[in-house]
Design a binder for this molecule. Sequence first.
Ligand code: IPE
Ligand code: IPE
Ligand code: MG
Length: 264
Amino acid sequence: MSAGEPSQGVAAGEGEALSEDVLLERALSGSIPVHVGIVMDGNGRWALSRGKKRYEGHRAGVESIKRCLPALIRLGVKFCTFYVFSTENWKRPKQEVQFLMNLVVEYAKEDRSDFIKKGIRVTPVGRWRDLPRQVVQALERLVADTARGDKLSVLLAVNYGGRQEMVDAAKRLAASYKDREKELATVDEEDFRRFLYEPSAPDVDLVIRTSGEMRLSNFLLWEAAYAELVFTDVLWPDFGPRDLYKAIIEYQGRHRRFGDVRRE
Ligand code: IPE
Ligand code: IPE
Ligand code: MG
C-alpha cells in the first residue's frame, strides 16, 4: 500500500525555492498522516553553534513547537506526539533537567489559552505523574482545560520511554486479569494496546527526527512499529512549517506495504 495518493513530490534542492504556501498545497494534494511523532533533537547544538548556552536552545525549541501547531492543523493531522523529555534524559546535568522541567511548567501555563483558542487537546504521555509537583499540576490543568479541543490532539511525551510504556502496560494488564489468570492466554495485541498511555491515539504513521540523528531513542516503540521515518539535518530550533510540509511530502512518496507485496 502506498502512503496514499502521492503528491507531486519535491525534487532535491527544489524545496528551498518553493514558498511555504506551495509546499502546503503540495502536501495537501496527497494523503495526510493521522498521527505524526516528532523527536525534537538538536537544541543543544543549535545553541552552542551560536555561542549561546544549551538552555537557550531549549527555549528556542519551544518556539518551533508553536510554529508547527497551526501548520499541523492546516494539514489536517489529527494527533501529534512531541518528544519533550525521555526517561534517559535524567542523565543530563541537574541544572539542565531543572531548566527543562521549568520550561514545561512555563509553556503549559503561558500557552493554555492559545491551545484552547486553536482547538488543541493536550495529553501528556509517559511517567509524567512522577515528576515534581508543580509540573504535574501544570500538566493536569492543561489536560482539564483543553479537553474539549477537537482540531488536533497534542501528546506531550514527558518522562517518556517506549520500553517503560510497555512495562507499565504489561503491569496494568496483569492487574486487570488478577482474578481470571486463565484468560491471559487469550490476550492479543488489541487487548495489550488498550493499556498504553493514550489508547485513543492510533498507530504512528510518520516519525520525524531533526538534527541528523537516525535513531528512535526509545520513542513510541509500540506505536511506531510500522511508521515511516523521515530524518532531516535541520536542528529543531530552526524547524518550521516548511520543513514539516517537506517531511509530509517525503512521507507521501513512500510505499507502505505492512508486510504485503506492492500492489498498484
Ligand atoms: C533535544 O535537544 C531536546 C531534549 C532532548 C530535551 P538536545 O538537547 O538533545 O540537543 P543536542 O542533541 O544536544 O544538540
Ligand atoms: C531524544 O533526544 C529525546 C528527546 C528529544 C526528548 P536525545 O538527544 O536525548 O537522544 P540521544 O541521546 O541522542 O539518543
Ligand atoms: Mg539530542
